[in-house]
Design a protein around this ligand. Structure first.
Ligand SMILES: [Zn+2]
Length: 173
């Protein structure tokens, strides 16, 4: 049976273990627990938690600020709707076509392309950028179907299809 203490309105689980010192943990679901050496008294644990209460509150606050799954679902629907309109338009302009595409949350890139599979991927965070940026990424990834790198051929095609591409790419730095 898990044992709980309540400090400042926060339920905290106590996990006694064969360890040497007290540790605090805040799980992504907002669960807080203390791992404590087997010999620690409850009073000592409470003292430890009180001493760290501002850290716990800061961690919990951070998790509240983190967007939940519903947020991503609605942003994804919003972005996908735009891509459904813009991608065919850019396929028509360039004469290139992808076999499939999807969008997902990425941290290090705005889009990706697997030329051998004709598969494009778009970063969910594009939904917060001007539509021109999304169009630029669509064009950029479409061009990777025929240009593997970012060389002169690639840039020449960018210039040709979207003379202002640098304006949008600089907004994505
Ligand atoms: Zn690229």
């Amino acid at each position: 049976m898990a044992k709980y203490i309540n400090v400042n309105g926060i339920d905290i689980e106590i996990q006694k273990k064969k360890i040497k010192s007290l540790h605090l943990h805040v799980r992504p679901n907002g669960r807080v627990y203390v791992s404590a050496p087997n010999w620690t008294s409850e009073r000592e644990i409470i003292r430890f938690v009180r001493a760290n209460i501002s850290w716990i509150n800061a961690q919990l606050k951070k998790q509240e600020d983190r967007p939940g799954p519903d947020y991503y679902k609605s942003r994804k629907a919003e972005l996908d709707k735009k891509i459904e309109i813009l991608l065919p338009e850019w396929e028509r302009i360039t004469g290139l076509s992808c076999k499939s595409w999807h969008s997902r949350y990425m941290t290090s890139r705005w889009g990706s392309c697997i030329p051998s599979k004709g598969r494009l991927c778009f970063n969910l965070q594009l939904v917060d950028k001007p539509d021109g940026c999304l169009e630029y990424v669509i064009l950029h990834e479409l061009l990777h179907l025929i240009h593997p790198g970012h060389g002169a051929d690639f840039k020449r095609d960018l210039d040709k299809y979207m003379p202002k591409w640098k304006t949008y790419s600089s907004l994505l730095k």
